[in-house]
Design a protein around this ligand. Structure first.
Ligand SMILES: Cc1ncc(COP(=O)(O)O)c(C=O)c1O
Length: 475
């Protein structure tokens, strides 16, 4: 690793002093003049040291008095991240290639600990029950693998999904549900149903890099709308965009436990968003991949719930909540249902029957709800432990989101760090992380990383977080 510049070495020196308690909260940092004398550095280096410390959030400048060390609780507690960058106008730089390069580099490396995954650890999924259900299904119907299902999927599973949606006050008629190969296929179908190549589609910023890849592969232009870790999509920014000259054909939103922010849109915002999109004739594609992983017993509302004009396409998945290996998702496309059914048939035919049977057999029992409760509880604890470890080991000035569910933490590093450099350094020691840079076309999140907490916390994970912290301190 290269030696950091002098100002950064000095900033690290002061950060260490703050961390160890040598410099205490409320104490004054040596003045610029004293710093120049003590360390034999130039005025600009001393000023840069202070800027660096301010960037890390550890310095408070008091007018005519000097720089003081800030309160420790603002340094050590996970702070929710609010983002309000300016609206991007069609930043389009071929993110697909960059994402593939990141994924390829990960595949080539020997990974010992994977923090890049959004899935839960395999042992948290009900694998034995699903296996038993599969064996039962094959015994019950010896011809199961010899017959092809219809394009819309297994009707028992569609009935269960429709019934479960009622709990979040969402009306998804079973005959309007199509079972898909995960949310990925659902979103592909939704976009193909309502757009043509060259159209413009808006997304949250940051957003799941897989969505950016889908948009690019369909030759759609992307506009990014700022989102915050508190309330998700910024509606004011969206309104400005929709009132502007650009025709926005569709908007993809992850309203519940957004990836990577973990935000949940308040109900009032969901209602306003649905209305706004209907008024501007912009199709709203809802990606509810994570909704069932919310901490609370009370189900989250969907955007579809607020939809009185049939302008929302609801997409979701069982890949995070039940079994990533079964690749089950679904789409309820309302008035576009027939077109989606036709596209599904043309694209891939119906999904494989065995997984659908095994899933529906489990989901129709009360055990499914009990299982979800256990899973949510485990994830709450895992996120908490991971968050504490990050704050313990990462440099001062690091902020971590505090999502109310799911498997993901979005971590803001002090601005001097590049997540791409961090990603490559971590890979060299067998640790995989998701660099912030791939969650936007606009290079706006290079000092962020997404950390997955899908695995039970263990000494091995603790050691890996410590190693990541060490890499950052050396950087
Ligand atoms: C927000 C979001 N949407 C869609 C997907 C893709 O889901 P699936 O694996 O069901 O295709 C993911 C996967 O991580 C995701 O995070």
């Amino acid at each position: 690793m290269n030696t950091p510049p002098l100002y950064r070495q000095l900033a690290n020196h002061y950060l260490d002093a703050i961390r160890s308690g040598t410099l205490k909260t409320g104490e004054r940092l040596p003045s610029i003049r004293l710093m120049m004398e003590k360390h034999a550095v130039s005025l600009s280096t001393a000023v840069q040291v202070c800027r660096e410390l301010e960037d890390c959030g550890v310095l408070e400048a008091r007018p005519r008095s000097g720089n003081y060390i800030r309160k420790p609780d603002t340094l050590s507690r996970p702070a929710p991240i609010a983002l309000a960058p300016a609206l991007d106008i069609r930043a389009y730089v071929g993110i697909h290639e960059q994402v593939c390069a990141v994924l390829k580099a990960s595949q080539r490396a020997t990974i010992k600990v994977n923090f890049a995954s959004a899935y839960c650890a395999p042992e948290l999924y009900p694998l034995k029950t699903l296996q038993d259900n599969m064996i039962k299904a094959l015994r019950h119907d010896a011809c199961l693998l010899g017959t092809a299902g219809g394009a819309c999927g297994n009707s028992a599973l569609r009935n269960i999904l429709a019934r479960r949606a009622l709990a979040s006050k969402t009306h998804l008629p079973p005959e309007r549900i199509v079972i898909t190969n995960g949310a990925t296929e659902a979103i592909n179908l939704a976009l193909r149903a309502v757009t043509r190549p060259g159209d413009t589609v808006a997304v949250e910023s940051p957003t799941f890099y897989g969505l950016l890849q889908i948009l690019e592969s369909l030759n759609l232009h992307v506009l990014e709308v700022p989102a915050s870790a508190h309330t998700g999509l910024n509606l004011q920014a969206l309104q400005r965009l929709l009132q502007g000259p650009e025709r926005v054909k569709a908007l993809i939103v992850i309203p519940n436990l957004q990836n990577p922010l973990g935000s949940i849109m308040p109900d009032a915002n969901k209602a306003r968003l649905v209305k706004l999109c209907a008024e501007h004739d912009t199709v709203l594609i809802e990606d509810d991949t994570y909704g069932d992983l919310v901490d609370t017993e009370q189900p989250l509302s969907t955007l579809k719930h607020w939809d009185s004009t049939d302008n929302v396409i609801h997409c979701a998945s069982l890949n995070k909540t039940l079994a990533p290996g079964m690749r089950l998702g679904w789409i309820s496309a309302g008035k576009w249902h027939d077109r989606v059914e036709m596209l599904k048939h043309a694209q891939s035919r119906g999904c494989e029957a065995l997984s659908q049977l095994a899933a529906s057999e489990f989901m129709r029992t009360p055990s499914y709800e009990r299982y979800l409760r256990r899973l949510r509880k485990a994830l709450t604890q895992q996120r908490q432990q991971m968050s504490e470890a990050i704050i313990r080991y990462f440099p001062l000035g690091t902020h971590v989101t505090n999502p109310q569910g799911g498997t993901l933490l979005w971590v803001e590093l002090p601005r001097r760090y590049s997540s791409m450099t961090f990603f490559h350094d971590a890979l060299k020691v067998g640790i995989q992380i998701s660099p912030g840079d791939i969650f936007s076309n606009a290079r706006r999140f290079d000092h962020f990383v997404r950390i997955g907490c899908g695995a039970p916390f263990s000494p091995r994970i603790d050691e890996a977080v410590q190693t990541l912290g060490r890499l950052l301190h050396q950087g």
